[in-house]
Ligand binder design. Structure first.
Ligand SMILES: [Fe+2]
Length: 360
């Protein structure tokens, strides 16, 4: 802890980068969990930031720990972690090794994580769960209890391979389930706090759909970075941000190569193309049409959205548009519009209309 608290911002950024690369290796290995650890880290830090005795240095350590909480799954049989449907007994034995494996194979120095946060993130408040060990309640590291709450929330609100028949829960339902398991699986003092933190965060970003938006927002930052990395590889050197194509004609195959490199579970073709175009400073692909838009807070917004031009006041973090129907080129977790600052779109059903949130 001592070493950690003396770390500078740039040291932290370096450690975060290697932790995140490790997380990406694991999530490439387990293709079903894209961005899960990023969201868990996000919620864990939001929750912990409301707790006393959680200075910045400890928060940073928690963030790295949460990013790597499932890293041990990298070392498991892919057939087990990618299995759709329930695990059998032998597969569970394998699965339960991941907290210890993660700790034994840490991709970052042990001083920058809270080892107990990784080891005990599946240990339940009542002492059940795994790994084996006579430990329960507040004797479990606070980091482990926090990650457990964030992990359960994300697991309930995301589509998971072992829950093939059921869709993800809506956040209010998930919070209800968490209240039921408080004291058994989860720390009963952290659950109401998480509930409050979740609501505050939604208010901040403007409405209940904020949780989904947050999840997507975290994904997009990563995709932009990935696009920049790919571009560096393609041009064989650093990127000139003012002229990323560096004299190469815009109709060259760079765009195609970037898009091909970007395509994976979190991005569809149009979204990948928009990310690539943003990095190359090219005009964006089309977005949805004016007739799809039922109403919005400001008339100018629909026009702006339709043209793919950001005319929104800078202080608006998010706008909500109500659409008559899901436009054919818009799907959940899809980037639709951005220009300059990044704008994203998340479609969520609300009665008969689709509510689309755009966030920067
Ligand atoms: Fe886990």
């Amino acid at each position: 802890m001592g070493t950690w608290s003396r770390m500078t911002e740039s040291d932290f950024q370096k450690v975060w980068k290697s932790a995140d690369e490790a997380r990406q290796r694991y999530e490439d290995h387990d293709t079903s969990t894209a961005q899960h650890s990023v969201r868990v880290a996000h919620w864990a830090v939001l929750l912990a930031s409301r707790l006393p005795n959680f200075p910045q240095a400890r928060l940073r350590r928690l963030e790295i720990t949460a990013l790597l909480h499932d890293y041990g799954k990298t070392f498991l049989d892919p057939a087990v972690i990618r299995k759709t449907g329930p695990l059998d007994e032998a597969e569970w034995v394998e699965m339960k090794r991941h907290p210890e494996l993660g700790l034994q194979n840490l991709p970052v120095p042990e001083t920058v994580v809270e080892p107990d946060g990784i080891l005990w993130h599946h240990k339940r408040f009542d002492g059940s769960g795994y790994p084996e060990g006579d430990i329960a309640g507040i004797r479990l590291a606070l980091e482990a209890r926090i990650i457990s709450v964030a992990d359960v929330f994300d697991a309930l609100t995301s589509q998971r391979p072992y829950r093939t028949t059921k869709p993800a829960y809506e956040p209010p339902e998930a919070l209800g389930i968490m209240r039921e398991i408080a004291g058994k699986q989860l720390d009963p003092s952290l659950v109401p706090l998480f509930d409050a933190v979740y609501r505050l965060e939604c208010e901040r970003v403007g409405g209940q759909a904020g949780a989904r938006t947050l999840q997507v927002r975290s994904a997009i930052g990563m995709e932009l970075e990935r696009a920049q990395d790919l571009l560096r590889t393609i041009i064989g050197g650093p990127i000139d941000v003012d002229d990323p194509l560096q004299g190469i004609p815009a109709d060259n195959p760079v765009l195609g190569r970037l898009v091909a490199g970007l395509l994976r579970s979190t991005l569809d073709l149009r979204s990948a193309e928009n990310v690539a175009r943003t990095v190359l400073k090219m005009p964006l692909s089309d977005t949805f049409r004016a007739e799809d838009i039922l109403d919005s807070d400001y008339k100018s917004k629909s026009v702006a959205v339709q043209r793919g031009v950001t005319e929104f006041p800078k202080h608006h973090r998010e706008v909500v548009l109500r659409l008559k129907r899901m436009p054919p080129n818009v799907a959940y977790m899809r980037i639709v519009v951005y220009q300059g600052d990044l704008w994203i779109c998340v479609g969520e059903r609300e009665g008969d209309v689709i509510e689309v949130q755009l966030a920067r």
